[in-house]
Design a protein around this ligand. Structure first.
Ligand SMILES: [Ca+2]
Ligand SMILES: [Ca+2]
Ligand SMILES: [Ca+2]
Length: 124
């Protein structure tokens, strides 16, 4: 392998091996509003609302699945507990609470980087 292509391989390796980790810590830092290196329930709730990026385009007070971008269909279906194909703010908040509890594996009431990472990997 010539020297330039060897260096290029290293660069490509560094990009792909560091990229996701870098992106993940940035997402965590964004979620961690008070910079205490953990994400509490309120911070998680705010991120849920941000991340779902829902717009009530038809002004009916709820979000239809087509009005929400970002999360996968399965995630939205899980939030829609009364199966009306719409997600109210209460449903979304309730779903976020349940999701927080399942992510908080050590039950300390906060999400550490690793716990938060699982949310990033499994829900989108
Ligand atoms: Ca925090
Ligand atoms: Ca609903
Ligand atoms: Ca925790």
């Amino acid at each position: 392998m010539s020297k330039p292509s060897f260096l290029l391989s290293i660069l490509i390796f560094a990009t792909f091996s560091c990229g996701p980790l870098w992106a993940q810590s940035t997402a965590f830092d964004r979620a961690d509003g008070n910079d205490d290196s953990r994400v509490d329930r309120d911070e998680f709730g705010r991120i849920i609302l941000d991340r779902f990026d829902c717009r009530d385009q038809n002004q009916d007070g709820a979000w239809s699945l087509s009005e929400c971008r970002g999360p996968g269909r399965a995630t939205l279906d899980a939030a829609d507990t009364n199966n009306d194909n719409k997600i109210s703010r209460d449903e979304l908040t309730g779903w976020g609470d349940r999701r927080f509890d399942s992510l908080d594996r050590n039950r300390d009431g906060h999400l550490g980087v690793q716990e938060y990472r699982e949310w990033g990997l499994s829900d989108m």
